[in-house]
Design a protein around this ligand. Structure first.
Ligand code: CMP
Length: 140
C-alpha cells in the first residue's frame, strides 16, 4: 500500500467543545501521523472557495456560516492508504449513520456539524493540502 497524505479539518463544532485532543488521539491510534497542523479561523472567502464544489447545494450558505463560526484545525495526515483510511476513521457524513468506532459516531452532532473534513481523492488531497499549507510547513 502506498504512503499517502490527506487534508483534515477539525471543524468548529469540535474546537468549540474542546475535543481536538480527543480527535487527534483517535487519528494517531489509527496509525496516521499528523505532519502539519494549524489552528486558524477561516475567512468567508476561504470557506467559500474551499467548498466551491457545493456552491449550488441548498446547505451551502449555512455550511459557510458554520465553518467560519469558530476556529478550525487544519491538518495534513500521512500514512498507508491515508485518504481512504481517514475517510473510514471519520465515518459517514451523517453521524447518525456512522459506524461504531468512527470519530463521527463518537463526536459528530449532525450532517453539517460532523466534526471533520477529509479529502475524498488523491487529486483533491493534493489540491486541499496546497490550499492550506506551504511545503515547508509539512514535516514528514
Ligand atoms: P465535508 O466532508 O466537509 O464536505 C461538505 C460538508 O457539507 C460536509 O462535510 C458537511 O459538513 C456538509 N453537509 C453535507 N451534506 C449536508 C447536508 N445534507 N446538510 C447540511 N450540511 C451538509
Amino acid at each position: 500500500m502506498a504512503i499517502e497524505r490527506t487534508l483534515s479539518i477539525i471543524k468548529p463544532d469540535a474546537t468549540k467543545r474542546n475535543i481536538t485532543g480527543k480527535i487527534n488521539a483517535m487519528i494517531e491510534e489509527a496509525g496516521l501521523r499528523i505532519i502539519a497542523q494549524n489552528l486558524t479561523r477561516l475567512s468567508r472567502k476561504q470557506a467559500e472557495t474551499f467548498y466551491a464544489v457545493h456552491s449550488e447545494r441548498p446547505f451551502f450558505q449555512d455550511l459557510v456560516a458554520y465553518m467560519i463560526s469558530e476556529p478550525v484545525v487544519t491538518q495534513v495526515l500521512e500514512g498507508e492508504n491515508a485518504i481512504a483510511a481517514y475517510r473510514e476513521l471519520m465515518g459517514a457524513t451523517d453521524p447518525g449513520e456512522a459506524a461504531e468506532g468512527t470519530i463521527r459516531k463518537a463526536y459528530g452532532i449532525d450532517k453539517q456539524e460532523n466534526s471533520l473534513h477529509g479529502s475524498d481523492s488523491f487529486e483533491n488531497a493534493a489540491l486541499e493540502i496546497s490550499y492550506f499549507f506551504a511545503g515547508k510547513e509539512i514535516f514528514s
